[in-house]
Design a protein around this ligand. Structure first.
Ligand SMILES: [Zn+2]
Length: 248
């Protein structure tokens, strides 16, 4: 029987072959940096890990990416991978719980307890609350800044976007209408990933600046983690606070 071929790759931790979409790609770029690759298209040597906290933890413990890439230190990559995998696990758990994940009891559903036990097994804890996700998102932003993967300030961000940057655009909730409108025009039709998130003072604080109303995160892996965290917050808040590609 003829079967459609689904591209499969091996997880660096559990060594299972899986469909590419179940894995996170990590790349050693030609200039020697090791980064996560949400697009799956970055040039360089690639290795894969399951989008699962257990495999990420195992890879970190056994320094699998350092070995695979003969790289000195992939600490930042493990951090991003852990965030990404945890967010994916949370999303799966939430989906298994019927999207509720509110912790408000069984609502008369007889098998929801089994669902919870099953989905809670791999996570070992309470689902992350919106404030916790927010805090994690700021932590990732700080990490991106430390790596030099943040473009900040309106003019620099505009130049980058007009120059074809496909980074992850963040506009503060309390940015001026002018700023929101300006970036809405700049990204129009460009398919740039973007979110409304945080406040000018918090965005600035976590990227080592004064107030910042606009940021671009250029590290694809961190950007992916940020999007997942921000969407998680949106899900828990009923989509109000951080809409996905919310119009600016
Ligand atoms: Zn695995």
């Amino acid at each position: 029987m003829k079967q459609r071929k689904i591209p499969a790759r091996m997880c660096i931790a559990c060594r299972e072959m899986k469909a590419k979409r179940e894995l996170i790609r990590v790349v050693r770029t030609p200039d020697g940096a090791v980064v996560t690759d949400a697009t799956g298209k970055l040039a360089g040597r690639g290795a894969y890990v399951c989008n699962d906290p257990a495999c990420v933890a195992l890879a970190k413990k056994q320094r699998r990416f350092e070995r695979s890439f003969e790289a000195a230190d992939c600490e930042a990559v493990y951090l991003v991978l852990a965030e990404t995998a945890q967010a994916a696990a949370d999303a799966r758990a939430q989906a298994a719980n019927g999207g509720g994940d509110s912790g408000q009891g069984d609502n008369g559903k007889s098998d929801s307890r089994a669902d919870r036990e099953q989905s809670g097994g791999g996570r070992g804890g309470e689902p992350k609350s919106a404030p916790e996700r927010e805090r994690k998102a700021y932590g990732l932003l700080g990490l991106a800044a430390k790596k030099g993967s943040v473009i900040s300030g309106g003019d620099a961000c505009e130049r980058a976007l007009r120059g074809g940057s496909d980074g992850f655009l963040i506009v503060a909730e309390d940015a001026s209408d002018n700023t929101k409108e300006r970036f809405s025009r700049i990204v129009y039709g460009k398919g740039v990933e973007r979110r409304i998130f945080g406040t000018c003072s918090e965005l600035g604080k976590h990227t080592g600046k004064d107030e910042r109303s606009v940021l671009i995160v250029t590290d694809q892996g961190i950007a992916r983690g940020l999007a997942l965290l921000m969407d998680g917050v949106a899900g828990e808040n009923g989509g109000g606070k951080f809409g996905k590609n919310q119009s600016l």
